[in-house]
Write a protein that binds this ligand. Structure first.
Ligand code: AKB
Length: 317
């Protein structure tokens, strides 16, 4: 009988993963938590600060948790405003989760890593699974260290840790916050409101991205894969799609020919320039059959249709 704990349930990925896990396991088996508690049509998101080790352990014990999805984190751009706090939130909470998983014999633990683990030395095109990691941001450092801690708890204590290095995630269900790849969601919101967009990256900066439906499917497929198939216990590269701000603009113009974008690169440009432009995910393909379904025009098509639907519903209210 699975009992699932999610931390960071109110975040961009957490919002959608929570719904997917509720669909899979039922509301009563999913314990959703966040630093900002709230109640919605799917039930309650309870207050949990994952940095509070006792609070986390008590919840795991009381709720007989069998799987943890630890999504609570501060992302690359906002993390730079307070590096020490970012390290504490991203890494201390992860160590708390790993320790609790070891002590209370949690069956599986999911850790979201990121393309932010790569830095200046990495080959930028088709960056490989085993590329050297020299991250530039404190978020990237915390994810690179977090991957190693996951691997350590797996090899030393047998904790079944599974992890994905997410590219930038694009979805219509929730808003990103504080990332370098957020522009790829913001741009659709501007387009459907017939507004111009000012992009904080330069027009030729290619980054790896993934559509939300693919990101959720990857997470569930990895967590469902037989244990012996999981050969990488740090974190898996996964590929979705790659594009530049200019290319996404061109795609959006197929629906909104008058849409305009201005480029005013800020500090996030440097972060993006040190990340890969595309990802090699051969190992995820081989170990657990990963393959993405959405390419750029598929993403635009669905984002625009879904955001328009939401907009029309709001107008009706
Ligand atoms: C960010 O931009 O910080 C995140 C990520 C790529 O991990 N979306």
């Amino acid at each position: 009988m699975e009992r699932i704990l999610i931390t960071g349930s109110g975040g961009q990925l957490g919002t959608v993963l929570r719904k997917a896990l509720i669909d899979k396991y039922g509301t009563e088996r999913v314990v959703a938590t966040d630093i900002r508690p709230r109640t919605d049509e799917f039930g309650s998101i309870d207050l949990l600060n994952a940095v509070d080790r006792n609070g986390l352990e008590n919840l795991i014990k009381e709720q007989s948790i069998t799987q943890i999805y630890h999504l609570a984190a501060i992302l690359s751009a906002s993390g730079e405003a307070d590096p020490v706090r970012t390290w504490d939130i991203n890494l201390k909470s992860w160590l708390n989760v790993l320790e609790a998983a070891r002590k209370y014999k949690v069956e599986k633990v999911f850790f979201p890593s990121s393309i932010a683990v790569f830095g200046a030395s990495a080959n930028k095109v088709d960056t490989s699974q085993t590329e050297y990691l020299d991250p530039l941001t404190v978020y990237g450092i915390s994810k690179a260290a977090g991957e190693q801690w996951g691997n350590y708890y797996f090899s030393k204590f047998g904790v079944d840790v599974r992890s994905i290095r997410y590219p930038g995630v694009i979805g219509h269900e929730s808003l990103p916050g504080g990332g370098t790849t957020d522009y790829a969601v913001e741009i659709y919101h501007k387009a459907i409101n017939n507004e111009a967009y000012t992009c904080y990256l330069s027009k030729n900066t290619a980054l790896p991205m993934i559509y939300m439906a693919d990101a959720i499917r990857a997470t569930l497929e990895l967590m469902d894969a037989p244990k012996e198939k999981i050969k990488t216990r740090t974190s898996y590269n996964i590929n979705g799609l790659s594009f530049t701000p200019e290319e996404i603009t061109r795609s959006i113009k197929k629906w909104y020919p008058n849409f305009t974008v201005e480029y005013q690169p800020d500090f996030r440009q440097k972060i993006a320039e040190n990340w890969p432009s595309s990802i090699d995910d051969t190992q995820a393909q081989r170990d657990w059959n990963w393959s993405p379904h959405y390419q750029l025009d598929d993403v635009s098509n669905e984002m625009i249709a879904e955001l328009r639907k939401k907009q029309n519903l709001l107008k009706e209210v």
